[in-house]
Every structure is written in structure tokens, then in C-alpha cells.
Design a protein around this ligand. Structure first.
Ligand SMILES: Nc1ncnc2c1ncn2[C@@H]1O[C@H](COP(=O)(O)OP(=O)(O)OP(=O)(O)O)[C@@H](O)[C@H]1O
Ligand SMILES: [Mg+2]
Length: 246
């Protein structure tokens, strides 16, 4: 099993949209895929029509007992399951902190999913917290959406610095998100990003079909597979699969 986190400290950059579409693409590739909505906002759960848990206990993540796999729910798509968000995740930092070895505990819980899934994708909240620190110390790779803007680039530097100091060597895979080719600045910054060999080369365009996921409540490829955004998510998935060796 491989684990990927979609994480950056910048909000609203397309993490959840990418998480849902990439998980759908991975499942379509035949991988038993679990999308874990780790953000109490519950946007990924909303998109996949899985009701978030109200205010559950966090034992499945932080206690010795409790099985994370039992929280997984099937989605309407083959091979794609989801652990929905839980409003109690707002307390996850405290609960992890109270565990004796939080990273080991979290890693053990994630490893327990391996008998059921080939891939786990974690949609993370945009925060610097014990949760995000633990996640980046545990997963195989971290996907970082970057809007081609100066502030997003600055955030990528911060993410890399944080991971260098607190991570354990997980590969950081930035990719361009919400690219608007009509904007000269987007084009220029996108070109500069793609000169960095760490960047995935597929860019996700700004597209109304992605915004409309709030209405369709489905991955773009499930409703409009020939749209450029759907094809971009599929290409991004193939690139991630090859880079991570899935
Ligand atoms: N490629 C895209 N084209 C157009 N709109 C997009 C695209 N990706 C995301 N959006 C829109 O931008 C907003 C934020 O997207 P999303 O929720 O995926 O970001 P996020 O990084 O997960 O946000 P948060 O930090 O709040 O978790 C949403 O309204 C979404 O529809
Ligand atoms: Mg999100």
C-alpha cells in the first residue's frame, strides 16, 4: 500500500478538488483506493456524498484499540472508499498529543489499512499542526497544489522548509493548480515552476467544471470525462503513479 497526502498550508488552492479527482482516477485504474477526509470542513465527504460523522470519538486514530478501516464507507464508484470527515477532527491535535508516541500510533493505524487498500489518499486541512506534522512524517509522498502566484510560491518554500525540518524524507510533489493561461503572470510563473524538476508536469487548469463539483457532487471524470480538467486530473494521476512507483 502507498499513502499520499494532499497538503499545503495555503487554503483554497485546490487540495480537495484534486484529492477527489485523483482518488477517482486511481480507483478507475483498478487500485483499491481509500480517500480519507482529514479536514473537519468535510468538503471531500460532501463531494462524494458520504455524510461526515458528527462528533465521533477519535479512538480509531489515536487509541491503541479502534480500527480505522471500520470507519471506511463505500462510495458510488468501484474500488473507491472513503473515511468521511468528523467534526471531532478539530480536537485531533489534542488527542494525538495525548497519545504516548503519536507518530508511531498514527503510522500503525495507517499501516493497518494495507490489507484492504492499495492506495490511501489523505485530504488535509491547510494548517501547520501536530496533525499535519504527523501526516507528513508518515506518508510516502506529499502532493502540494501551487497556484501560479507569488504567494503560492512563497508557501511552497515554507512547506519545503517545514518538511525538511520536521518531515522524514517523504517526497514532495508540487503541481500547478487552477492555472489560468489568459493571465500572463500565471503563464510566466508556471513556466518557472516547470523548470524545477520536482514539479509534476501536468497543470490543472482553472475550469468551471471543477467549481461545479459542488453541484454535481461527483468527480469531473464521472460526469464530463472529455473536459480538459478531467483529462488533466487523469494525466496528473498517471504521473503521480509513475513518480511514486505505485
Ligand atoms: N481547477 C479549478 N478550477 C476552478 N475552480 C477550482 C479549481 N480547483 C478548485 N477550485 C475551486 O476553488 C475553491 C477551493 O477549492 P478546494 O476546496 O479544492 O481547495 P482546498 O485547497 O481544498 O481548500 P481548503 O484549504 O479550504 O481545504 C472551490 O470553490 C473550488 O471549486
Ligand atoms: Mg480542502
Amino acid at each position: 500500500m502507498k499513502s499520499l497526502a494532499i497538503w499545503t498550508i495555503k487554503g483554497g488552492v485546490g487540495k480537495t478538488s484534486a484529492a477527489v479527482n485523483l482518488a477517482h482516477a486511481a480507483a478507475g485504474d483498478g487500485l483499491r483506493t481509500l480517500l480519507w477526509d482529514l479536514d473537519p470542513q468535510g468538503a471531500a465527504s460532501f463531494y462524494l456524498r458520504i455524510p461526515p460523522r458528527g462528533d465521533g470519538d477519535l479512538d480509531a486514530i489515536t487509541a491503541k484499540t479502534g480500527d480505522l478501516a471500520e470507519l471506511a464507507r463505500p462510495t458510488e464508484f468501484d474500488n473507491l472508499a472513503m473515511v468521511p470527515a468528523d467534526f471531532a477532527y478539530r480536537h485531533l491535535d489534542l488527542a494525538l498529543d495525548a497519545a504516548s508516541k503519536p507518530r508511531k500510533r498514527f503510522a500503525g493505524k495507517l499501516a493497518g489499512l494495507a490489507e484492504h487498500y492499495d492506495l490511501v489518499l489523505l485530504d488535509c486541512a491547510p494548517s501547520l499542526s501536530l496533525v499535519s506534522e504527523t501526516v507528513i512524517q508518515t506518508v510516502d509522498a506529499i502532493l502540494v497544489p501551487v497556484i501560479p502566484s507569488t504567494l503560492s510560491m512563497r508557501t511552497l518554500h515554507q512547506v519545503r522548509a517545514f518538511a525538511a525540518e520536521h518531515g522524514r524524507g517523504a517526497e514532495i510533489l508540487p503541481f500547478l493548480s487552477m492555472v489560468d493561461r489568459r493571465k500572463r503572470m500565471h503563464t510566466e510563473i508556471a513556466l518557472a515552476c516547470l523548470a524545477d524538476p520536482a514539479f509534476l508536469t501536468t497543470a490543472i487548469p482553472t475550469a468551471s467544471v471543477v467549481e461545479k463539483m459542488g453541484l454535481t457532487r461527483a468527480p469531473v471524470a464521472a460526469t464530463l470525462p472529455s473536459q480538459p480538467a478531467a483529462r488533466a486530473f487523469a494525466a496528473l494521476w498517471r504521473e503521480i503513479r509513475d513518480r511514486v512507483g505505485i
